[in-house]
Design a protein around this ligand. Structure first.
Ligand SMILES: *Cc1c(COP(=O)(O)O)cnc(C)c1O
Length: 388
């Protein structure tokens, strides 16, 4: 009988040495030896998949990639030093001067900077559509559009984009569909099952899950991944073997961790949704979420992020953060420890009020990354901070 991907991930060990270790060792080596010139020639000619140099491949990195491919149902992948290097490599390897990228205004801050400030320098133009207005997307496709890039759920607004709909649109116009699956993780959502070509992850978040290392990965269509690999092996955003070892180990517990993050988040969302200091609250698996039906169709659970709007606006957001006693104020998300953030005064503070509105960052928006503490303790801290 075919094993479940979760089982395969736990049992997959890409390389076992003669010591017959049960857990994977760390291969802290920059290069690999060959017995003779013929083996070396064959490896350089891509006739074997022997490791040559850790900028190209390394057993720990391979194991991490193999495991993410199993979870995502992907043919191939390449792991990078951070989520942003995975995003950037997926753009640079597959687009060229004169191409057009279609993306969505609700998008991770640094991705927004790459798309709007850097890609245009290399002659790659972009347009943004709104996550909540899919009926406008087809009209935004141009003759030179090459790729659709999106996140679902979006960060930090938690909009849900219908992957089946956008895949059909990409197929119809022969476009690459590239999805940042960081918020859902592959145990909740597999965009490839709905027709996506590429998936990028910031492994820094839920995949690591303990806020310890940076990492990224892109998986998907074999030919596209080969182009990304060739770009990366020349430009050097390789994931370190140590970080790959940690991230690969983390994948063994991703499924159980996400189940708990999501059940804690749902409990907290249900308890907070009618609070008098909050004007609205969003969680993908609350029936009041505008795209609840789409979330139910494509996600196993609602993930670990809850966001809400404080009636007190910008000042209320700052006061709320200061009143928290347990939740951490930090830039990360996807940790065992719950984290609160106020995008309008931090990650999106440099944008003008209009720009913030265009990317759906309202003044009182609070994003909670729900950790693995007991949900009552997380809820109680939020409740006492709301009272102040
Ligand atoms: C954090 C994040 C990234 C960037 O990842 P890094 O590992 O910080 O480079 C990309 N997309 C989303 C949705 C993120 O949350």
């Amino acid at each position: 009988m075919e094993q479940h991907p979760i089982t395969k991930v736990i049992r997959t060990q890409t390389h076992r040495t003669n010591e017959m270790e049960h857990a994977s060792p760390i291969f802290l080596t920059s290069s690999f030896c060959f017995d003779n010139s013929e083996d070396m020639r064959a490896a350089f000619a891509d006739e074997t998949d022997d490791n040559i140099y850790s900028r190209f491949s390394n057993p720990n990195v391979k194991e991490f990639v193999d495991r993410v491919c199993l979870l995502e149902g992907a043919e191939a992948g390449y792991a990078t030093a951070s989520g942003m290097s995975a995003v950037f490599a997926s753009f640079m390897a597959l687009m060229k001067q004169g191409d057009h990228l279609l993306s969505c205004s609700s998008i991770f801050g640094s991705t927004h900077t790459v798309i709007t400030k850097f890609l245009p320098r290399y002659g790659i133009e972009y347009s943004y559509v709104r996550a909540d207005k899919p009926e406008t997307w087809e009209a935004a496709i141009k003759p030179n559009t090459k790729m659709i890039y999106l996140e679902t759920p979006t960060n930090p607004g938690l909009d849900i984009i219908d992957l089946e709909f956008v895949s059909a649109l990409a197929k119809k116009h022969d476009l690459i569909l590239n999805v940042d699956n960081c918020f859902a993780t592959p145990v909740s959502q597999r965009p490839i099952d709905f027709g996506a070509d590429l998936i990028v992850h910031s492994a820094t978040k839920w995949i690591d899950g303990q806020g310890r290392v940076l990492g990224g990965i892109v998986v998907g269509n074999k030919e596209m991944i080969n182009d990304i690999y060739l770009f990366c092996r020349s430009t050097g955003p390789a994931l370190s073997p140590f970080n790959a070892w940690l991230l690969s180990k983390s994948l063994e517990t991703l499924d159980v961790r996400m189940e708990r993050h999501a059940s804690n988040a749902l409990k907290i969302a249900e308890k907070l949704k009618d609070h008098q200091k909050i004007s609205w609250l969003k969680y993908p698996f609350l029936s009041t979420h505008p795209q609840y039906n789409i979330a139910k169709k494509q996600m196993r659970d609602g993930g670990g992020i809850v966001c809400f709007e404080l009636k007190g606006g910008m000042g209320g957001g700052r006061k709320f953060l200061d009143a928290l006693q347990m939740l951490s104020l930090t830039a990360n998300l996807g940790d065992t420890r719950s984290i609160a953030s106020h995008p309008a005064s931090t990650t999106h503070a440099k944008l003008s009020e209009e720009e913030r509105q265009a990317v759906n960052i309202t003044p009182g928006l609070i994003r909670i990354s729900v950790g693995l503490e007991h949900p009552d303790d997380v809820l109680n801290d939020i409740l006492q901070a709301l009272e102040k």
